[in-house]
Design a protein around this ligand. Structure first.
Ligand code: C2E
Ligand code: MG
Ligand code: MG
Ligand code: MG
Length: 287
């Protein structure tokens, strides 16, 4: 009897696996046609200079509105694109769109684009970036590329040599989500990153956790010693804003200032920003 039950259980389990696998394949097919149709959208979230309240850059964030399901979060479709070989094509589309969009903004405002570690594996990343810059006419110094710490772990030498070539063109390189990956401070010695973005999990706990605050202070100190910019991600409250500016964090990003917005709202966002003090926009733009 136990044997029978075990068998039935195994069967049930297999069925469920099939269902999960079927649903994954369906999503994959749908993602493939979205990428083929150039239907991945890009929204932009501002990064603010604390000392002046000015917008220094916008981070490009990919969006996928699946016809039946509605919006699928990037944390779902980016890993899917990585697994099914779509990330190079999708990454290139996001890059092309974001560079073209950035060209419409005031020239002191940069655009930051996220790179997946997988995009370093094809060996074509540097060439692709160069081609997109030439095609769109965006100056290299207006492009920032964000990479996570984990990138560097997997194939360090290869990744660093590509990063070096990109930086050599005048592109700025940021470390994203700093503190939650397999961080090695040694990477700051190996490569001259231009910017470090402190992961939002530390910002979320900066008021409640002495450890989170200590980590933020340490990263701010590190960035200052290295003369690189430091960004706090996920700033949601005026208290966090206050604490982070007291700690000497040079740039901030988060819902407190603005959620990611569609490109056609950037003009009016910038006009409004111009007329306001650094903290004046807080209650208005938080909705
Ligand atoms: P990320 O690069 O660290 O981007 C920041 C994420 O935090 C974004 O989530 C943003 O919408 C969200 N965020 C911004 N402000 C706040 C805040 O105040 N509170 C909270 N809780 N969250 C905030 P999103 O757009 O869902 O993207 C998630 C991740 O997906 C990104 O993390 C990035 O790693 C990846 N991603 C997004 N677009 C692309 C892309 O075009 N290419 C690649 N390779 N990855 C992308
Ligand atoms: Mg990012
Ligand atoms: Mg991040
Ligand atoms: Mg992230």
């Amino acid at each position: 009897r136990a044997k029978l039950e075990g068998k039935r259980e195994a069967c049930f389990f297999d069925d469920r696996m099939d269902a999960a696998e079927r649903s994954r394949r369906k999503l994959e097919t749908s993602l493939r046609s979205a990428v083929e149709g150039n239907l991945i959208e890009v929204v932009y979230q501002p990064i603010i200079q604390v000392s002046t309240g000015d917008i220094t850059s916008f981070e490009a964030l990919a969006r996928w509105n699946q016809p039946e399901r509605g919006p699928v979060p990037p944390d779902v479709f980016i890993p899917l694109a990585e697994d099914c070989g779509l990330i190079d094509e999708m990454g290139q589309q996001v890059l092309r769109r974001a560079c073209a969009d950035a060209l419409q903004w005031p020239s002191h405002i940069k655009v930051a684009i996220n790179l997946s570690p997988r995009q370093f594996l094809s060996g074509k990343l540097v060439e692709t970036v160069q081609t997109v810059l030439e095609d769109t006419g965006l100056p290299a110094d207006r492009l920032h590329l964000e990479i996570t710490e984990n990138l560097v772990i997997q194939n360090a030498d290869e990744a660093f040599s590509q990063l070096e070539m990109l930086k050599h063109k005048g592109i700025q390189i940021s470390v994203d989500d700093f503190g939650v990956g397999y961080s090695s401070l040694g990477y700051f010695q190996t490569f001259g990153f231009n910017k470090v973005k402190i992961d939002k999990s530390f910002i979320a706990e900066i008021e409640s956790s002495q450890a989170a605050k200590a980590i933020v202070m340490a990263v701010v100190g590190l960035a200052r010693q290295l003369s690189i910019a430091v960004v706090a991600e996920g700033v949601e409250t005026p208290q966090q804003y206050q604490t982070l500016s007291e700690l000497g964090c040079s740039q901030l990003q988060g819902y407190l200032f603005s959620p990611p917005i569609p490109v056609d709202r950037i003009d009016s966002f910038l006009r409004r920003q111009q007329n306001e003090l650094p903290t004046g926009n807080v209650s208005e733009s938080i909705q």
